[in-house]
Design a protein around this ligand. Sequence first.
Ligand SMILES: Cc1ncc(COP(=O)(O)O)c(C=O)c1O
Length: 483
Amino acid sequence: MSNQQYAISYWPDTDELIAKAKRLISLPPRPVRRDKMQEYLNYFETRCVKSKESTAEAAKYIPGGVQHNLAFNYPFPLNIRKADGAYLWDVDGNRYIDFLQAGGPTVLGSNYPGVRDKIVELLRECGPVTGLFHEYELKLAKLINKHVPSVEMFRMLGSGTEACMAAIRAARNFTGKKKVIKVGGAYHGWSDQMVFGTRIPGTGTYEAAGIPEECLQNTQEFYPNDLAALRALLEKNATEGGAAAVIVEPLGPESATRPVHRDFNQNVRQLCDEFGALLIFDEVVTGFRIGMGGAQGYFNVKPDLTVFGKCVAGGYPGAGGVGGRADIMSLFSAGIGSGQQKTLVGGTLSASPLSSAAGYFAITEMERVNAPILAGQAGDKLCKGLRKIIDELDLPFFVYNHGSILHLETHGVLLVDLSDPEFLVKVFLRKKIGEEMGAAYTAEGIITLAGSRLYTSMADTDEVIEEALAGFRRVLSNCEEAK
Ligand SMILES: Cc1ncc(COP(=O)(O)O)c(C=O)c1O
């Protein structure tokens, strides 16, 4: 077994990636050739008949016919019946390599028997929920504390969105300050205060339909890597009551779609200390995926609070939680008689025996079998293979990875800069091309996240990666020539 502790085996050159992103956006897009795209669309019409029927009916009862933001909608969503290890099967019997990984929680691979069997046992004994304390709550909290020592105390919640809300509320209650600063482009769930500068930096309230302006008055954003802008915000806030917290995705917004410099988190930590703001790490994706110690272990930076999701319930429901310094966390239990105002959180199904046991067994197993490292090694192999294909075909595309989190940038919709005079035109065009790329990969038997992000798991053996690379090669070799 390797001695590697973290899944990131090399640090991609951030400035080089930023330069490649700029170049990609400056060039005319290179979508899949029209004749080939038609063939890919025919795949859906002829081979995915049951998916088409059922998801068309779903659209009558479910808005858009699909309830997962990461699900593929073009040309229509697939109806998935079976998941096992590296693969998914749709209702028409087609098999796919799964690089969506449900958005990230299944580092062990899908439907991992070692966790599932324990959960079935637990369900037989006490069902999914009682509303009372269960021993797996303690076991999970202790396990997280062992791997992520900054988490002196842990409170489990229903989702990453809830956990971000709770972390921000805790920071405000503890510091008595209001402002919260995030990095532009980052997604921290869909709570009122966090739908700000999502996906593309600088877009502020663009996606905040249905959210009163007042809810976002105390949320601010700065461009990824722009530490001078963060300092300026903190200085301004200092004259207006101060900032409660800075919240970051430690690899950069949208799982490093906009990658940050390696010393970014350390610098943010220093600025937080200088201005008395708490540092919140959103480790919803990176927690246990980057290594058992999370991104904070990799960077050796200690946040005040950490937000968990996804892996924290091992792919089972109720995947969320916040943890950190005992003095801040204790306020979740404060209240009448304690002399301090309580940070109120709740959730009928939060910290259920099901969620707690699933998290406990999954994380225990991930450590035992070295899952984050194996998933990271699969990511390295996939990235290397894709880079070779891109180079051989002389395409302006680029690919990089942080262990098991990969970005295959062919259209770059999230990389368009707001200052670009043709911003909207480019975004709409590139979004469409991204949908097509995703559909083409799917027709070649590969499920991706939005046609550009790939999560690998421990189940991605060399054989799986080879099969995937052959599929990617077929799609990429059918992209239009440079104009
Ligand atoms: C970095 C990050 N934070 C928060 C969330 C929200 O988590 P959830 O979907 O569990 O609400 C996500 C979801 O993808 C995420 O990627």
